[in-house]
Design a protein around this ligand. Sequence first.
Ligand SMILES: [Zn+2]
Length: 383
Amino acid sequence: MINEFQMPTKIVSGAGCVREAVREVKLFNSRKVLIITDPGVNKTGLPASVADHLRAGEMEVGVFDEVESDPGIGMAANAGEAAKAMQADVMVAIGGGSSIDTAKSAALLVTNGGHLKDYAGVGKVGTPTLPLIAIPTTAGTGSEVTVFAVMSDPANNEKFTISSPFMAPRVAILDPEVTVGLPPLITAFTGMDALTHAVEAYASAIAQPATNALAIHAVKMILDNLPVAVFRPDNINARENMMQAALLAGVAFSNAYLGLAHAIASPLGGHFHVPHGLANAVMLPYVMEFNLPAAVGRYAEIAKMLSLGGPNDHPRALADKAVLAITALAQDIGIPKQLRDVVGAKEDFLPLVAHDAMKSVQLKFNPRIATEQEILGMLHKAF
Ligand SMILES: [Zn+2]
């Protein structure tokens, strides 16, 4: 097997580092900057403060604050038009995965033109996109370092992924102080998304030493820090560790891809608008249980990393402990055990979800091949 590993994004991190945004923008010799954000983040005043710093640095600044959750093709087109109208030469995304993925897609449209769906799939972006600086306000998606953008196609309730090295932000600015105001439930959902990235990348059929090192370290950091970040939102140390862990998991899955939990989370989001992190969080224990026979060695390594079990434990016993630990974490931080308790999820639609999950590119990286029937069985069990 031939391995490939890429990490095109410069990382700036540390408490208070959001003030470095101006310096990073200046490195691109930028004159005109478009900030992409959502109304909720805009209300916190963070985008306005970044804009003030940029204006003080003699840059013209526009703010596009219309991003919604599950952003679609139209949202990306509107953001791209806003960038063209002011002739922006750099974009700054401030927010969660929705804002960063919208900015990635808009940056793509500005330099490549056409329709966003033309670029769905792997390697279809021909020209470098407008430089993008990502300032995540959640610790979860890893979008600040991934080569992907996940966007919605409202016409058929589907999500699609654009994958290209050009989609990676040029700079990621990780400031834990900007995540302190995040409500506990959002911290829990996004943190479980990061955990799912780490676990799926670690068990991926194309995992390699570089992705394994990042992914398993991310698993440990998340198990150690997520409950603290949920229950003590002001704990900067836990927030910082969660941001770093989400980033490590992001780099890992940018190269090793994901698996069955993400294949199922995508149609759960597309059909029921279940938040991405919540969909993964509910499904991860069921997916790990299904994958276990094919991933004993991988899950046993996770258990050892978490110091579960003794040195003489059989790998199968260790693997079971890894699944139990992750299931317990999800419950501890308030993730529903069953899909029925998730707003929007409907049992009648499960066959459609299973059908759509089969279309996911992530399935081929799952450690165990799953049939549509098996996915439907898992969904019924989870419901
Ligand atoms: Zn995810």
